[in-house]
Ligand binder design. Structure first.
Ligand SMILES: *Cc1c(COP(=O)(O)O)cnc(C)c1O
Length: 361
């Protein structure tokens, strides 16, 4: 069975060349006499892998020196839980701009250890848009303002994330990091689970402005302390070394392909192909997000008759197009178009959708 076009929201499609390199080194890594899975994270071989991955990520995203880059385990959700512990004083308000499911999750994860407040939310409108800056009600003494750059489930993405004022912006870029140019200096913290656009699940990138690491935060174990992790180069305990390695391969692949400017061009073309097909379907397919906030990475869409959903998914799978089922909170379909999805995959999806509509419209 050949590899399908995999529209999974995450863990998501990886470049075949990355998988082949990972496969080759699974058995023997260089002259280590062992698999990359079997060597010490403190040995020279792995340290070289870790440092190269960080250097390449810094190049890819133009991350300045005044930002530390952490490689953590526990996923983006654990970062969400640790944000108030690291960056908010006890009782200090933390503002959340909620544009979908993941913004809500960030708030929920912070709530036990923070005065987490909803500064703005687009939930009343069904998360079909981002809450405009005029509607943000910020706390004057907020520790930070949290935003979700791209809502993976609702398919809502900020084109430009507005400045928050005095408090640093903390942004969840899990599903859109490296999809295009990113001005890191606009943010205090940028974080992203790797399994959407950076590599395999099991490792999370946290980019933190170093002055924020000096904040006292709240009582926490050393292993949950981002300053301690930064000092220890993310190796206070055993890091997810395999995941770090495959992330490094993926980042290198992105650099070789032309970097984030090239991916911005590709992703714009891919998203336009699919949205145009949906909009030109005479209502057979529909996407409900306001056009200015439509995600380039995750495209939720609905068939005019949900009774056709199962058939759509089964026939798509036969056509080599997999993981199109929408998230249970929305239903319908969702196509995720991360960097590793080639334009040919989106073309194949659009052609399939056209044929399906002709057969069932
Ligand atoms: C996937 C995702 C998360 C959760 O990531 P985990 O690794 O499962 O914790 C958080 N935020 C966004 C935007 C996501 O896409």
């Amino acid at each position: 069975m050949p590899r399908a076009y995999n529209f999974s929201p995450g863990p998501a499609m990886l470049p075949e060349s990355v998988l082949r390199q990972a496969q080759a080194t699974m058995l023997e890594y260089g002259d280590a006499g062992a698999s990359i899975l079997e060597i010490s994270h403190r040995g020279a071989d792995f340290l070289a892998v870790a440092h190269q991955a960080e250097a390449d990520l810094r190049t890819l995203l133009a991350i300045p020196d005044e930002y530390a880059v952490l490689f953590t385990s526990g996923g983006a959700t654990t970062v969400q839980a640790l944000l108030p512990l690291n960056f908010a004083a006890p009782g200090q308000p933390c503002d959340y701009v909620v544009s979908g499911h993941w913004g809500k999750t960030a708030l929920k994860q912070a709530a036990p250890c923070a005065d987490a407040r909803i500064a703005a939310s687009s939930e009343a409108g069904g998360f079909r848009d981002v809450p405009p800056r005029e509607q943000w009600r910020l706390s004057p003494d907020a520790a930070y303002v949290h935003v979700t750059a791209n809502e993976t489930i609702h398919g809502v993405e900020w084109r430009d994330i507005p400045a928050a004022g005095n408090a640093p912006l903390v942004a969840d870029f899990s599903s859109s990091i490296a999809s295009g140019p990113l001005d890191v200096t606009q943010f205090g913290v940028v974080y992203a689970g790797a399994q959407k656009n950076l590599g395999p699940v099991g490792i999370t990138v946290v980019i933190v402005r170093r002055d924020l690491l000096e904040r006292a935060g709240q009582p926490r174990a050393p292993v949950l302390d981002y300053r301690a992790q930064a000092q220890a180069e993310s190796m206070l305990n055993t890091p997810p070394s395999w995941n770090w390695y495959v992330l490094g391969l993926t980042v290198k692949w992105m650099l070789e392909e032309g970097g984030v400017a090239e991916f911005a061009r590709r992703n714009a073309r891919k998203a336009a192909l699919l949205y145009d097909a949906i909009d030109a379907s005479g209502g057979f397919y529909r996407n409900e997000v306001v056009p200015a906030a439509r995600s380039r990475m995750n495209v939720p869409f609905f068939l005019h008759d949900p009774a056709l959903d199962a058939r759509f998914l089964a026939e798509a799978k036969q056509a080599g197009l997999v993981a199109l089922k929408g998230h249970r909170v929305l239903g319908g379909m969702r196509a995720s178009l991360y960097n590793a999805m080639p334009e040919a995959g989106v073309q194949a999806l659009v052609e399939f959708m056209h044929g399906f509509r002709n057969a069932h419209g």
